[in-house]
Design a protein around this ligand. Structure first.
Ligand code: SF4
Length: 467
């Protein structure tokens, strides 16, 4: 997915932008980038972060960077920031999202005799495409407005000029952007967990399609938020950071409420509850507190070296990481009936190994409770994860097994408790060798988040589509 961070300050802000961007490392795996504006103009630094941490890659660059305005990005797509010289003035730009109509926009640009500097061979760079749309208008404000309107999919962006920082959230607010206020500085972030340790406090949650301009003295709204919102519900379930808030709603609190909702639907006899680190833990704590059953850690993560499981780009490497980073604690597992909470089941391959590990350590029963409904539709809006193609989803594989062919009766499978839904869940249970498996009901997930359903994107689960 990716994340962005920017600061405008009365003093040098390289440290703030560096650490603020680093706090988005859980959102992307491919590229990191920083850009600053100072008296000599714009500087930038970009690194591949597929094999090493953002911090390790950028630390050597810090002594060369300076400026009182800066932006940073963790990107799962193109190399960013781009620095563009245009009739509007020179600017640096970073984006997050997914442009579904990029080929049509590219063709349109080429017909107008425009050209692209950044072309990887797989097509135009999404960030350059956004910059090109912006530069077709007579002001940054109008250009950003046009880009947000023309892009199908989603695009949130930060655009740095010599005067300050434009921040714009995607048209339907699928990805968040939040303004923070610090001492003599303002910041914008995708993840609010970047604020507390850098001395910022949340000042304003941008609404869908809202455009703002920030300088060191304050910020102003250039375009009001739209009425329609489709923020990604999966932010709270899985890939958002526990200390972050979106729309004023904290991630860890939602995970606790998800676990509690699962517990209210459950009366299975077990000895203890565990969570698959990291994101399953918040859900498991909610479950265990609701049912007053002990919480233990039958798996511990080898934190000195292993980051999150979807860091590597290739599945084989991901499987290896998933296996090596979790160490089972046999003393807790042997002879016990365990229940695990998980944020979601995507393919289920890693989970299959985890469950086998538990039986190898002598578990008597392994029950699984999943914090969201069965994933049956891949994400079409935010570049969530390259590994989530339709046929890879455990839910879709199970449907194919039940139906004998693909893509039938998906709505019936999405309905919790329907005959089709129960058959699909049982196929997944059998494949994972679980004693029992239950998924969250969509209405309980929506309640746990606390926003009206029509403001949430729930496409992963029910295929609803709002563009
Ligand atoms: S489809 Fe799923 S991952 Fe994509 S924006 Fe919607 S809820 Fe989020």
């Amino acid at each position: 997915m990716g994340g962005v961070f920017g600061v405008v300050s009365k003093k040098d802000c390289v440290q703030e932008v560096f650490y603020g961007t680093d706090y988005h490392s859980h959102l992307g795996t491919r590229r990191g980038g920083l850009s600053f504006h100072n008296d000599e103009g714009f500087t930038r630094s970009i690194h591949n972060i597929e094999n090493d941490y953002f911090r390790s890659k950028f630390e050597p660059d810090l002594k060369k960077l300076h400026g009182s305005k800066g932006i940073g990005v963790i990107s799962d797509t193109d190399s960013q920031p781009l620095i563009i010289a245009s009739h509007l003035g020179t600017f640096a730009i970073v984006t997050v999202g997914r442009i579904n109509n990029i080929d049509a926009l590219r063709e349109r640009a080429l017909k107008k005799k425009l050209h692209f500097a950044e072309n990887s061979g797989t097509g135009a760079s999404p960030t350059e495409m956004v910059a090109m749309l912006i530069c077709e208008e007579n002001s940054f404000e109008k250009g950003i407005e046009k880009a947000l309107e023309w892009i199908e999919g989603s695009c949130s962006l930060l655009l740095l000029t010599e005067k300050g920082l434009f921040a714009a959230r995607d048209r339907l607010g699928r990805t968040p952007l939040v303004i923070g206020k610090g001492e003599d500085a303002y910041a914008v972030t995708s993840e609010t967990c970047a604020f507390p340790n850098l001395g910022f406090e949340v000042d304003h949650f941008l609404g869908p399609g809202e455009i703002t301009f920030l300088d060191a003295e304050g910020w102003e709204q250039l375009r009001a938020a739209g009425d329609r919102m489709q923020i990604c519900t999966f932010l709270w379930v899985y890939y958002g950071y526990p200390a972050s808030d979106y729309e004023g709603i904290n991630v860890e609190s939602v995970r606790n409420r998800c676990g509690a909702a699962l517990a209210r639907q459950d009366d299975v006899s077990i000895d203890f509850v565990g969570g698959i680190p990291d994101s399953g833990i918040g859900h498991a704590l909610g479950y265990t507190n609701q049912r007053k059953i002990p919480y233990l850690r039958p798996f511990v993560k080898y934190t000195p070296t292993w980051p999150r499981s979807f860091m590597p780009q290739f599945q084989q490497q991901r499987n290896l990481v998933a296996k090596m980073k979790l160490i089972p604690v046999k003393a807790l597992i042997e002879g016990k009936r365990l229940l695990f909470c998980e944020d979601s089941i995507v393919r289920g391959t890693q989970l299959q190994d985890n469950v086998q590990n538990l039986y190898d350590c002598g578990a008597l029963e392994v029950h699984m409770r999943v914090a969201c409904p069965t994933l049956i539709h891949p994400c079409e809006f935010i570049n969530f994860s390259t590994s989530r193609s339709t046929l890879d989803l455990a839910g879709r594989k199970a449907i194919k097994e039940v139906e004998g062919e693909e893509d039938r009766n998906l709505n019936l499978y999405a309905q919790a408790g329907s005959e089709q839904n129960l058959a699909m869940v049982d196929r997944i249970r059998l494949r994972l060798r679980l004693t029992s498996l239950k998924y969250q009901r969509l209405e309980d997930l929506v309640d746990a988040v606390g926003l009206p359903k029509e403001k949430l994107c729930t496409h992963c689960w029910d295929g609803s589509s709002y563009s």
